[in-house]
Design a protein around this ligand. Structure first.
Ligand code: C2E
Ligand code: CA
Ligand code: CA
Length: 405
């Protein structure tokens, strides 16, 4: 049975019909060559039994390879006149007697495969004009195929990078301190995933790529699992990032229910559109009732976060570093943060400022009523040991002890 053709395959099929009819041959096909195998990806044939779409043949004994190698001409009106052609398996089955083949080359010059037509009788009329037509059609085929090929390459590149990470149980997860601005005490830490440095991609980009190939939930769950392992190693809360989509998976609910939820803050990023707030609230209700605190991440970075806040009534609002860094010297930012603090406190939420890079900003944030701070000034993301002593629960640490770590 023939597999369902994609829209692109159908366009290719139209080109093949044109070739088959114009050249008055029995079969026309588009093949992909992978080095060892010729894949007959789209086939238009008047004799369906002999040549089937999806068939695979050996590349090194194919007509197309012999033509690519220059052992046979691109147009063969009569196969019997070429001993090299008669020696090939398809000269016997399916008894090819006339053949036209032209390479399908992508925009970067790489060979994709071939665009061909053949007959079961010799055809003395076949000549240069037919070759020219097939070349034009092959060029059109290349343009049609290219986006699919590139998408396939993108997917396999991403999967090739992610597979070993997933096989190892997920990314490395570091912790970055979150500090009480009034006392300097570390109150918690945010778990941040790290992928191989050679990838040159920030974790948010990697997670987005993973979602684009259907591996996002698995990867996010592994990161959560790894973040949760840190709960035994450090004091205070551990803030974990999760996308709304992964949060809605049953596996995420199961994972969360196993954790000491009063020590977990879940950070929902706002750059993901939430499609169904009712489902999100329903998924969150039992874990929040069991002690989990909810944070809305990156507030101030876009405009959808206010909706997140209104609908989810979070325990924590995290101010994006774009409205935090440099605020000591920027009255507009300071005013904005001041209003967000009133807004958050009015909703009963704590405020955490991200991207605190200097003492000046830390002081200004504290003066504006921001509760907690996170950023390079207090400590970069690092292994759990680097956080030092567990966050004290009762005694307030001397302000400044955690600084410049
Ligand atoms: P985010 O949740 O907003 O995390 C804060 C980002 O700011 C982190 O980038 C952190 O390294 C960086 N940062 C912290 N302090 C400073 C500072 O003082 N200055 C500056 N310039 N940057 C600072 P990172 O680690 O590259 O993570 C980027 C994003 O990737 C995160 O943004 C989060 O959205 C996502 N992400 C990271 N780990 C995970 C994870 O395990 N799961 C999910 N779903 N997302 C994750
Ligand atoms: Ca975060
Ligand atoms: Ca953030």
């Amino acid at each position: 049975m023939r597999r369902k053709r994609s829209a692109a395959d159908q366009q290719i099929a139209d080109l093949l019909v044109t070739a088959k009819k114009s050249l008055d041959l029995s079969v026309a096909f588009l093949s992909r060559l992978d080095g060892t195998t010729q894949h007959l990806e789209v086939v238009e044939t008047s004799v369906p039994v002999l040549v089937q779409e999806g068939a695979k043949v050996r590349q090194d004994t194919s007509f197309c390879q012999a033509i690519l190698d220059g052992k046979l001409p691109a147009v063969i009106p009569d196969v019997k006149r070429y001993p090299a052609a008669m020696a090939l398996p398809s000269a016997r089955i399916p008894r090819i007697r006339s053949y036209v083949s032209t390479p399908v080359v992508l925009s970067d010059g790489s060979l994709y495969g071939t665009f061909c037509a053949f007959g079961f009788t010799s055809d003395k009329q076949l000549g240069k004009r037919d070759e020219a037509l097939v070349k034009v059609l092959a060029g059109a085929a290349a343009v049609i195929i290219e986006p699919e090929v590139r998408e396939q390459q993108r997917r396999s590149e991403i999967e090739g990078r992610l597979d070993p990470v997933v096989a190892e149980g997920g990314p490395v997860v570091l912790l970055q301190p979150v500090v009480d601005l009034a006392t300097g005490t570390r109150v918690g830490a945010e778990a941040l995933s790290r992928f191989p440095a050679g990838w040159g991609r920030t974790p948010d980009v990697v997670f987005a790529e993973a979602h684009s190939v259907g591996m996002g939930h698995a990867l996010e769950l592994q990161a959560l699992e790894r973040a949760a392992e840190h709960l035994d190693r450090v004091g205070g809360y551990v803030a974990m990032n999760v996308s709304p989509a992964t949060l809605l998976t049953p596996a995420c609910g199961e994972l969360l229910r196993r954790l000491p939820l009063h020590r977990v803050v879940l950070e929902l990023t706002e750059h993901d559109a939430v499609e169904d707030y009712d489902r999100l609230s329903a998924a969150l209700a039992p874990v929040r009732a069991a002690g989990l605190r909810l944070a809305i991440d990156d507030v101030g970075a876009g405009f959808s976060s206010l909706r997140h806040i209104v609908v989810t009534a979070p325990d924590v609002i995290k101010l994006d570093r774009s409205i935090v860094t440099g605020l000591a010297a920027d009255r507009v930012l300071a005013t904005l943060v001041g209003s967000l603090v009133s807004f958050a406190h009015g909703c009963g939420a704590h405020v955490v400022a991200e991207g605190v890079e200097t003492a000046e900003d830390a002081t200004a944030l504290r003066a504006l009523g921001v509760d907690h701070g996170q950023g390079w000034y207090f400590g970069r993301p690092g292994p759990p040991e680097a956080l030092g002593l567990p966050a004290p629960r009762t005694r307030a640490a001397v302000p400044g002890v955690l600084l410049n770590r």
